[in-house]
Design a protein around this ligand. Sequence first.
Ligand code: ADP
Ligand code: 5GP
Length: 200
Amino acid sequence: MSNDPSEQQQRFRHNGRIIVVSGPSGVGKGTLLKKVLQTAELPLELSVSATTRAPRPDEKNGVEYFFLPADEFHWRRENGEFLECFEIFRGGHWYGTLRNTVESRCAAGKWIVLEIDVQGGLSVQRQFPDAVMIFIHPKNVDILKERLAKRGTESQEAAEQRLQQAAQELKLAERYTYHIVNDDLNVAARELMDLLKSIE
Ligand code: ADP
Ligand code: 5GP
């Protein structure tokens, strides 16, 4: 598989686009994207990543993620099936974007939204310099703690790990092109929608 960005872009581009949305865990990426995907009159599709983490009670395989056993994830990784993949939350779980889903949907003219961490986002940017890079910020770090607690899907230890990771991610935010603060949800969703319409 070639790592040459121009060659890769050639294969993907058919009016399709890659849109990377990153931001610390709990900032509201999922909530914001759900709102925008429901209302935006754009050919947006959310990419479904693979992960080795266990599904949360309301999550379904193939909808939020492809939940893979670790051995299958690593087999696929060695087989070059991921566009990018990383171990997130130190010593925790693996997450990755499957190459074939992005490739086929992009070739069909879709704007594929990758809701992925900063390491993954920067890797996609290196491979596809024309990917649209959007970072979602919290109004302040305390809000993240509140939102993770409100969501209630992580143990206290896991939430703590996510907050530590958040500090690292915020340091790399400047590498992204577009920045949105998710304070008021409706305002942030409008900004994201306007931004996406402006790149049409
Ligand atoms: P992420 O996908 O970035 O990890 P989520 O979308 O799961 O974050 O949001 C984390 C929690 O914060 C959820 O309980 C969600 O309802 C809440 N939330 C998201 N955006 C806002 C907002 N603008 N104001 C208040 N609560 C929010
Ligand atoms: P969660 O466990 O809350 O669903 O996601 C945790 C983190 O993993 C989030 O920051 C999310 O953006 C990131 N993530 C989800 N899918 C992928 C992926 O395919 N690749 C990478 N690099 N990160 C991902």
